[in-house]
Design a protein around this ligand. Structure first.
Ligand code: TEU
Length: 563
């Protein structure tokens, strides 16, 4: 029997931006409870909650100071239990975000670790003396030359003991030392506590970075002289499979129904097969990044338009690579990515609805488990950010400071890229209705609501059978009712075509054809058997049925079935 999650769709909630019930301008658990019927109505099977644990909120909760409680910003454990019961009562499941590559620097573990070299928890984090022969705290004395994701060195000097601690993200996110068995034990105990409480699994933050090469090798020095990328020393490190197998054995053994998905920047297909082969007992699936990094250039402050052939080559490779062993997860959006319709579609008034539906169709018809990020089901767009003062994201602010002050970039050059790719695009509040803050809050929202909520909002879309919301509902239903969507083989067609995304899925005698026009002009796809397909069952399309030669209207998607 196939595991249940092969025919499931996961919906990601970013709680701070979903719905605010207490009017403080930040979303909360009660807000989610109030909108559970939106999610049940959409038909999703699983909710993934971005972190809601106590946190100084330096990185919006990805810096946790207590793994076994709820931040008062979001509610408390009683409200959490109520939410969980409401989710289960509607036949859905709930998975938590597990952020254990690092904790907050305000977590008691770190406070204790920091207190002195003799602390029993000193070794729970990565403490190192300055580079041989260098003055502690002097420029260039950091133990390695690694860069932190949000700017600057990955090492923070701590005057109290004259040593540095490692932080791959912000200085308020010190990396836990997974070499230490007590650390692993503490994490497993905490995970079992949540499962015993009734949660259904975990999305694991940067879980392919938990094993560092203990030699901590310097990264290759680049010519720009800023901190180099130390990724070779911590991405897919030497013990990562061992740690995940141990976690599986200690936490998931005997709990067959849980879902585990590992977020893995820089994971290769070969590694992903190992992580997700069920016989190895590690994870159910991973998030890879190749397709969302494909529009990054050599120069990070240059926008590179994504060529469709490149996107197809990447996703096609992942489909083929995990066809026999392992399993894919599928996403365009999450809280770290710009809005898909603005990035790969056309968010102007003429094509926004059609292109949002087309993107959803192409993604959801791949083999793998699709993830919908809040607002994607409404075709929400990027935000019209003007100045750097409009941004809240620690990554955007850190990169802006570094690029303008240290690299001599112009503010406009940097802002152009942040407007297109910045993470806050995904984090503007959910657009529920036409009221002043889109029904998100009665207070002042922590991040401005997109002014287009007067046109793009859930209330209007419930009423409109042609809305993106109702289309996503049908798309999700198709995965539940047509076995070839979950289980069929995948075959890419037209790999060299820059305009049409085309593939088939086959299960026994059933074959599906999926076409997506990635342009704003009509296209006749170069398919020899177009006439035969045109008389097959048209299971889904976002526009009027195409003519017999299958000429697709701008941004049209079609799904045909024949048996
Ligand atoms: O993200 C990890 C990650 O590598 C990136 O997607 C990240 O957003 C950034 O762009 C790196 O330059 C995860 C979380 O999803 C993200 O929100 C957190 O900020 C990060 O880990 C640290 O916990």
């Amino acid at each position: 029997m196939d595991p249940w999650w092969k025919s499931a769709v996961v919906y990601q909630i970013y709680p701070r931006s979903f719905a605010d019930a207490d009017g403080d301008g930040v979303g909360d658990l009660r807000g989610i409870i109030g909108h559970l019927d939106h999610l049940a109505g959409l038909g999703v099977d699983v909710l993934w909650l971005s972190p809601v644990y106590p946190s100084p909120q330096d990185d919006n909760g990805y810096d946790i100071s207590d793994y076994q409680d709820i931040d008062p910003l979001f509610g408390d454990l009683d409200v959490f239990d109520e939410l969980l019961a409401g989710v289960h009562a509607r036949g859905m499941r709930l998975i938590m975000d597990l952020v254990v590559n690092h904790s907050s620097d305000e977590h008691p573990w770190f406070l204790e670790s920091r207190s002195g070299k003799a602390s029993p928890k000193r070794d729970w984090y990565w403490w190192r003396p300055p580079r041989e022969g260098m003055e502690p705290g002097a420029p260039g004395a950091e133990p390695t030359n690694w860069a932190a994701a949000f700017g600057g060195s990955a090492w923070e000097f701590d005057a109290r003991t004259g040593e540095y601690y490692l932080h791959l993200f912000s200085r308020k996110q010190p990396d836990l030392n997974w070499e230490n068995e007590q650390v692993r034990e503490a994490v497993y105990t905490m995970m079992r506590w949540w499962l015993d409480r009734g949660v259904d699994g975990f999305r694991m933050d940067v879980i392919n970075m938990i094993s560092k090469d203990p030699a901590l090798p310097d990264g290759r020095v680049s010519d720009r002289g800023v901190f180099p990328d130390g990724a070779a020393g911590y991405v897919n490190g030497p013990r990562v499979h061992e740690f995940l197998q141990e976690m599986h054995e200690r936490v998931f053994a005997g709990r067959d129904a849980v879902l585990t998905v590992g977020e893995m920047p820089g994971v290769t297909i070969e590694e992903a097969v190992l992580f997700t082969d069920p016989r190895r007992r590690e994870l159910d699936m991973v998030f890879q990044f190749d397709h969302v990094w494909a529009d990054r250039g050599e120069d990070p402050w240059q926008l590179v338009p994504l060529k469709l052939t490149r996107l197809k080559a990447i996703l096609g490779r992942w489909q083929a690579g995990l066809a026999e062993r392992g399993w894919n997860s599928l996403y365009w959006n999450n809280h770290d990515q710009p809005r898909a319709v603005s990035r790969y579609g056309d968010d102007g008034p003429a094509h926004r609805v059609a292109s949002a539906k087309m993107l959803g169709t192409v993604l959801h018809l791949h083999r793998g488990t699709p993830y919908v990020y809040q607002g994607e089901e409404l075709g929400m767009t990027n935000h019209p950010f003007e100045t750097i003062a409009d941004f809240r994201d620690i990554e955007a602010l850190g990169q802006y400071a570094e690029a303008t002050r240290k690299e001599g970039r112009t503010p406009e050059e940097v802002l152009t890229v942040l407007r297109a790719r910045g993470r806050d695009n995904a984090r503007t509040p959910m657009q529920w209705d036409t009221s002043p803050h889109a029904g998100f809050t009665t207070g002042r929202p922590w991040l401005a609501v997109n002014p287009n909520h007067d046109r793009i909002n859930a209330a209007a879309q419930y009423e409109d059978p042609d809305s993106v919301y109702h289309y996503y509902r049908r798309l999700i239903e198709l995965r539940h009712t047509e076995p070839a969507v979950a289980d069929g083989d995948f075959r890419m067609l037209l790999p060299h075509d820059e305009r049409v995304y085309a593939f088939t899925r086959r299960l026994g005698a059933t074959e599906l054809l999926v076409l997506g026009n990635f342009t704003g002009t009509p296209v006749k796809p170069d398919l020899p058997d177009a006439p035969a397909w045109s008389s097959a069952d048209l299971l889904l399309t976002n526009l009027a049925p195409p003519p017999p030669d299958l000429t697709l209207a701008p941004w049209q998607a079609v799904v045909y079935r024949r048996r």
